[in-house]
Design a protein around this ligand. Sequence first.
Ligand SMILES: [Zn+2]
Length: 366
Amino acid sequence: MSVRETVESIQLVDNHAHEVRPFSEDLTPERFASYFTEGPESYHARHTIHYRNAIDVLSEYFGVNSEQEVLDRRADVDFEAFSRDLFERANVSHILQDTGTPPDSSPDSFRRYTDAEVSPILRVETEMEPLIEASDDFSTFVSELRDLLVDAVQGPCVGLKSIVAYRTGLNISEPSRAEAATAFDEVKADWTGRIEHPVLLDYTAHLAAEIAGKNDVPIQFHSGFGDADAHPRYVDPGYMWAFMNRHPETDIVLLHASYPYTRTAGYIVSVLENVYLDLGMTIPFVQHGTHGVIRQVLELAPSTKLLYSSDGFYVPEWHYLAAKRIRADLADVLENLIEAGFLREAYAETIARNVLRENARRVYRL
Ligand SMILES: [Zn+2]
């Protein structure tokens, strides 16, 4: 088999994705385009290469020629069948689902739309918010949160996940218990339903990392772009240096290729044994930049440290387009490296298997 054939045939493990949903509203072009951007639903969202490529791929899928025809066909699909078909074309065998969003997500509801195996990953901040609401004091809150996280990772969850990057940033400090208790009182005094206090978020990020490490599951951290709330500077994984060194027994997966801090992330995973790098969201968002992202991470990162994901959310096109993009562009990059004399064909195939499947199976103990 050629490298390309190998890349095309590997069944993917998608280590970070969300559930899909049928549309319940009118499908305008702006609405549809909003699923292909982290920006607002707007005229501009229809003018990214990512969205235009999605329209092109769907035009071919439906056998039509215009954006409007795609939308008309899309609005009328039998959603369960359409979604199952795209997951089958993506050839993904296992999806690790972030159940934190959309609301009321679960592997059971996701399984209506895909034949892939689905395992949950628990989003820490989403679980914290109702506990803050329900707890009268800090001790109760911490012990309830600890029990909840331990039950999750000793039960069905194959990992934990933190979105602290999108709340206060990856510059995670190490607050004392007393400082965290004071922060809890401040949060309770002015509770909005959303946790945004850096001291309480940082304290619980350490708690979650400690629980993940003790229970032999990884914890994912969003890094880089991926949410309109994210401060473009504080999503740099370089800010997590002290945190990552503080938890050497915990496997940490940096999500989103830390884009645009991809090279920083490649450096980090090359020196810290416990840190891994996911390529999700960046692929397919950066489109023609995908070659560059793959080449950049392979500059320093061992191929045993890189993981594929789609970060697909709400529309199954996303999961499908990510799979299509990684296969085409990983094959291109590996072929170029072989041609330029950096790699032998057999080892290029090992890289492909590691990135697309085997690393995730090992890191998440699937
Ligand atoms: Zn994500």
